[in-house]
Ligand binder design. Structure first.
Ligand code: ZN
Length: 458
């Protein structure tokens, strides 16, 4: 077998986000094949063989690649609608449009969503896709194909909805699947696409949408399915006061108790939002190691509230960051979430002690890998882990005078990405994607957004 090719990165600041938050003011990283082989202070060791590329990263901070833990790619073509609504009103306004999506629309929207994140330093992405209109084509296959083309590590959370208006749910009747149909399609998607290996580029999770769009049977049987297949579970939880009220009225208990009663707390589960959590809810998440995808921009956009992230972290709950769908976060890139997680939590009870820059970076990297079940493989820079890393350029107008590189990255404007590597392969150079045509993607997303608007009649 040929020896692995090496890439040497030198003269950069490094924030490893390892267990001790090790940082180097000037250091090196050696990539061998798809793994990180070595890193440390000063220059790389002399005499390394098979070095195919040497990068002088003067003026840069190197961090683990960002990990996005909650998104709905299809919403890329319904941005800028229902801009002054709370969650339930926003959903009711958008469901009829969303129910008209087809494969070309979903493909273009996935390209737009992934391109936006990848060029901003995301190396592991996820898509919670839960709208599967009849005869709309192979939506899951289209989304996974886009992630492969772009070279991003990816989890598809195969979503579903089966509680429509006639069953007391929120989505219209024509927007949902049947219980059996959703379970069978989810199982088929896992069997076709899920890779459980250490360096997997594609994984699949079982992901019924939310308590107000899914039957109790689908939650319960979805959890059983995921455990039988050995994959993770994802859904929305405790997002708004209206959801809490809905659960109390329909099930006689709050969302966390409802999730517990349906098998939905556990170390193989992560949930988006978790805004309305009392102390015993947080304790239940901590006890069961249930993960949280914190989505501060979307929570602000929909006036949902402030998730108690400092209390969750203190209790030992795994927390990552999510952009959420871009119909509730038009920017669709993760740097904003690092910054907003820090700033918005300082508006809560813990004030200036809520989160610091290093904790925010940890949420967006290692914390994300934890909630996606991939913390032993990515999310921090350590020898033996996968080579998923970003070179942030911090010596230009926007950042050059900020005292500390991690502070510059988190508190400052979105930093230029000089290079981003996934699995040892470069996917971004100077803020441009290397394996897809960004301008062609911009054109096709606009075309598909216009086609959907026409079909949906707005
Ligand atoms: Zn969401």
């Amino acid at each position: 077998m040929a020896a692995a090719q090496r890439i040497v990165i030198e003269n950069c600041s490094i924030a490893t986000v390892d267990a001790d938050d090790t940082e180097y003011a000037s250091g090196h990283v050696v990539i061998a094949g798809n793994r990180i082989e070595a890193l440390g202070a000063g220059k790389a060791p002399e005499g390394l063989e098979n070095v195919v590329r040497r990068i002088d990263a003067t003026g840069h901070l190197v961090t683990p690649g960002l990990v996005n833990t909650h998104h709905h790619f299809y919403q890329w073509i319904t941005r800028g609608l229902a801009t002054d609504h709370n969650l339930f009103n926003w959903l009711v306004a958008l469901y009829p449009t969303w129910a008209r999506i087809d494969e070309p629309m979903v493909r273009a929207a996935a390209q737009g969503s992934l391109a936006m994140m990848a060029r901003g330093g995301v190396t592991t992405a996820m898509d919670h896709h839960y709208v599967f209109p009849e005869n709309s084509g192979d939506l899951s296959g289209a989304i996974i194909g886009v992630a492969r083309e772009m070279g991003v590590r990816f989890t598809l959370a195969r979503g579903s909805m089966d509680r429509s208006e006639k069953d007391g749910g929120l989505p219209p009747d024509f927007a949902v699947e049947t219980l059996d149909g959703a379970l069978a399609a989810t199982e088929a998607t896992v069997k076709e696409h899920h890779d459980s290996s250490f360096d997997a580029m594609t994984q699949v999770a079982v992901a019924p949408c939310s308590p107000f769009s899914v039957s109790t049977e689908l939650l319960r049987e979805g959890a059983e399915l995921a455990r039988r297949l050995g994959v993770r579970l994802h859904t929305h939880g405790s997002e708004t006061v209206e959801e809490e009220q809905f659960c109390k009225e329909l099930f006689g208990m709050g969302p966390t108790d409802y999730f517990e009663s349906t098998g939905w707390l556990g170390e193989d589960v992560w949930m988006a939002h978790c805004v309305h959590m009392n102390d015993s809810d947080i304790a239940a998440f901590a006890r069961t190691k249930t993960g949280v995808a914190h989505c501060p921009s979307s929570n602000a956009r929909l006036a949902a509230g402030i998730a108690r992230v400092p209390d969750m972290l203190k209790a030992g709950v795994p927390v990552g960051l999510g952009v959420d769908g871009t119909a509730s976060n038009e920017s669709g890139e993760l740097h904003t979430e690092l910054r907003n997680a820090l700033l918005i939590n300082r508006l809560g009870a813990h004030r200036e002690a809520a989160l610091n820059a290093r904790q925010a970076l940890r949420l967006g990297t290692f914390g994300g890998a934890q909630v996606l079940g991939r913390a032993s493989q990515t999310g921090s820079l350590e020898p033996g882990k996968l080579a998923d890393l970003v070179l942030w350029k911090l010596d230009t107008l926007a950042h050059a005078s900020i005292a500390d590189p991690v502070t510059a990255l988190v508190f400052g404007a979105a930093a230029p990405v000089t290079a981003s590597f996934v699995n040892g392969r470069q996917i971004v150079e100077n803020n441009r994607l290397l394996h897809v045509d960004e301008d062609a993607i911009a054109r096709s997303t606009r075309e598909q957004a216009q086609r959907l608007a026409k079909i949906a009649g707005h």
